[in-house]
Write a protein that binds this ligand. Structure first.
Ligand code: 76R
Length: 248
């Protein structure tokens, strides 16, 4: 009989991917563009204050390639707050010149495969900090959704707890060898979105994404059981980069 691993959940996550409607944006007068940009910067400022008060966190990155032009990754205490903030953004005049192209709803998740038995993880400030993380201002982001396979001999959900723990141990060892170069946030999305997890990685060197993901492909947890959706990769947008992006 298989047994579901206990998970700890933290902040809810919304990855909101947008394209920019460049023709519409260019048709605006300089004044109209300035007004729309001011509204965007006012919202970014508001989100920044929420982050400073540790009530959530927001990452803002441009996206390279045709899948999107930028992404907001928002973390908040509740799904209601995520919904409110996406609606608030949608009501700005800036949002009128964006086209929603993809979104992902999930919740920050830590599984207990590696937890020390007999301890209460919520007593560990490091665990609590990982459940409610302030997103790093790393130069690059990488996001993709994934599943654990359920087919034939490669059915993750038919494995015993001990077998899964063994795979996750080896997975974690690879992950740990990238400590300091990458920050990973695993968000669970069973019941929330089309895949089982979202993987969000932050790094200053984009090659770290390639090396880490590639190395994991050879590890059994990914080689036998990993199924992956589309990959999105992007660059940090600070206030100056945002102005540069929107200058036409
Ligand atoms: O939480 C921990 O640090 C303990 C070890 C650990 C777990 C339980 C861990 C470590 N991960 C865990 C769970 Mn992970 N992780 C991914 C991907 O592309 C791929 O092949 C897989 C995508 C990456 C890149 C990654 C990175 N991890 C999970 C789970 C949930 C599984 C379940 O519950 O069944 C998924 C889907 C997943 C996927 N992982 C690490 C990393 C890194 C960098 C670490 C080391 C973290 C650290 O020690 O700071």
């Amino acid at each position: 009989m298989s047994e579901a691993v206990q998970t700890l959940e933290g902040w809810y996550a919304l990855h909101d991917f947008r394209a920019i409607d460049w023709s519409a944006w260019k048709r605006l007068s300089a004044d109209e563009r300035a007004k729309a940009e001011d509204e965007l910067h006012a919202l970014l400022h508001e989100w920044n204050i929420i982050e400073q008060h540790k009530k959530g966190s927001t990452a803002f990155y441009s996206v390279v390639g045709q899948k999107a032009d930028f992404v907001f990754m928002h973390l908040r205490e509740t799904l209601d707050e995520l919904n409110d903030l996406e609606n608030k953004f949608n009501k700005t005049s800036f949002a009128q010149y964006t086209i929603p192209v993809y979104s992902y709803v999930s919740v920050v998740e830590l599984s207990s495969y590696m937890a020390k038995p007999g301890t209460d993880p919520m007593e560990d400030p490091e665990v609590v900090a990982r459940l409610k993380p302030t997103l790093p201002k790393a130069k690059h982001i990488c996001f993709y959704p994934m599943n654990k396979r359920r087919s034939g001999n490669d059915n993750w959900y038919m494995l015993s707890m001990e077998e899964r723990r063994g795979f996750m141990r080896s997975h974690g060892m690879i992950g740990r060898s990238y400590a300091g170069r990458v920050k990973q946030i695993i968000t669970g999305s069973v019941g929330f979105d089309d895949w089982e997890w979202g993987v969000t990685l932050f790094a200053d060197d984009p090659l770290t994404f390639k090396k880490l993901v590639y190395e994991m492909r050879f590890d059994e947890a990914s080689a036998r059981f990993g199924e992956f959706g589309a990959f999105y990769v992007g660059n940090l947008l600070d206030a100056d980069k945002t102005r540069e992006l929107l200058r036409v």
